[in-house]
Design a protein around this ligand. Structure first.
Ligand code: PHB
Length: 392
């Protein structure tokens, strides 16, 4: 290709991109459209429901108008697939002129939307996708959830202090699993423990039986587990069927495995599991008790999990930012989202103004039964935890 032709082609591509992603109709109307890309069908459908319900509860409690702008929520199903996510986010930005994006139950989904967020300069609330590096994929990403290393180090520190010295790890074989495996090994071994084997299982529809058999054969003091939300019940059943607890293997995990909304359905097999995480239904603050009550009242007695909290807090970040900018969107809104600090149902949180990541307390919890129901009961806390890769 001749140079002139090449330059002309480049020019055409630039025009096409600008047309595809106009710097949206920012702040020109009385409506701010918020587009949520959620997994409402497919294997991760439970996540989409929690996210949508958390966001809608915030709007129901705080009204749908902020700084003179009406908030219009547009919800699209990404079916848990990156290619669908890219398409629905593009449609929302280009055809529907959304000025804020949110959602993303899985790391690959957030990554698939990053380029669109950047090119269209749309502030984007990452409400789950919890691999550390996700936040680097776009300067328009703000994290209202957590990172796996952030919530893993707590249980990795607790175990060696409690006579658990020999551990096998078992994680989902993709971004967040690998992040949690690395964080666990590093923190556990720094504190005197030894990881005897690091096992990775397929992300979707895993059959845990052969992996659990391997763990049993290794005779560790405990197994540390990360699995994405939604898979915990199946895991817990196989953990019990394979007789791991009877063989004296304790269960350590991140709170993704014992998430609040399905914990009761896991049954007594889950009792005694030690996890670390940033949110529990049983968090004893008044803010949380009110949140849990309101959620149950709105949604037929079902419990909110950490996804509902991240969507609820994400809406609060948006409302606070719109108030601060007097309703302006775009870069001004992004700036106003940074550095926010408030009391969430999970405890105190802060959006790090430099990294756009979240700083929050992480709790060590034990699954216990109270009034006939299972809860993640917090018994220790690590205060104001940064993503460890970025800690000051
Ligand atoms: C992720 O894909 O980043 C992810 C999904 C579910 C979780 C945690 C992380 O519970």
């Amino acid at each position: 290709m001749k140079r002139r032709q090449f330059v002309a082609t480049l020019g055409a591509v630039a025009v096409a991109l600008c047309t595809a992603f106009p710097a949206s109709a920012q702040g020109n109307s009385d409506v701010v459209k918020v587009g949520l890309s959620l997994s409402l069908t497919g294997p991760f459908a439970s996540t989409g429901k929690q996210l949508e319900e958390g966001a809608r509860l915030y709007i129901a409690q705080h009204g749908d108008t902020v700084a003179g702008k009406k908030i219009q929520l547009i919800v699209k199903d990404d079916a848990g697939a990156p290619e669908h996510t890219r398409r629905v986010v593009q449609e929302m930005v280009v055809q529907e002129n959304v000025e804020v994006i949110g959602g993303f139950a899985l790391t690959p989904l957030a990554l698939s939307a990053a380029q669109i967020a950047t090119r269209s300069k749309t502030p984007t609330l990452v409400m789950v996708a919890a691999t550390s590096s996700v936040i680097d994929a776009s300067p328009y990403f703000i994290r209202s959830s957590f990172t796996l290393p952030q919530v893993t180090i707590g249980v990795a520190q607790w175990a060696p202090k409690n006579d658990i010295k020999k551990v096998a790890t078992l994680v989902s074989d993709y971004g967040p699993g690998i992040d949690s495996e690395k964080a666990f090994i590093s923190e556990f071994e720094k504190n005197g423990g030894k990881v005897v084997e690091a096992i990775r299982v397929p992300m979707q529809n895993p059959d845990f039986a052969p992996f659990l058999q391997r763990v049993r054969d290794l005779k560790p003091d405990a197994v540390f587990v990360f699995l994405p939300a939604g898979v915990g019940t199946q895991f817990m059943k196989q953990f019990s069927d394979r007789g791991l607890a009877d063989a004296g293997v304790k269960l350590l995990a991140t709170g993704d495995v014992t998430e609040d909304d399905i914990l009761n359905s896991m049954g007594d097999e889950a009792l005694g599991a030690i996890t670390s995480h940033h949110y529990s239904n049983a968090h004893p603050s008044e803010t949380n008790q009110q949140f849990v009550e309101a959620f149950k009242k709105e949604y037929n007695g079902r419990r909110p999990n950490y996804m509902a909290v991240a969507a609820y807090d994400g809406m609060r970040i948006l409302y606070n930012a719109l108030e601060a900018t007097g309703g302006k969107t775009g870069d001004a809104l992004l700036e106003a989202m940074k550095g926010q600090k408030f009391e969430s149902p999970r405890g105190p949180i802060e959006i790090d103004a430099n990294t756009r990541d979240i700083i929050q307390d992480v709790y060590i919890r034990r699954v216990e039964k109270k009034d006939g129901e299972l809860y993640n009961v917090e018994f220790d806390v690590l205060k104001a935890v940064h993503d460890p890769g970025r800690a000051k």
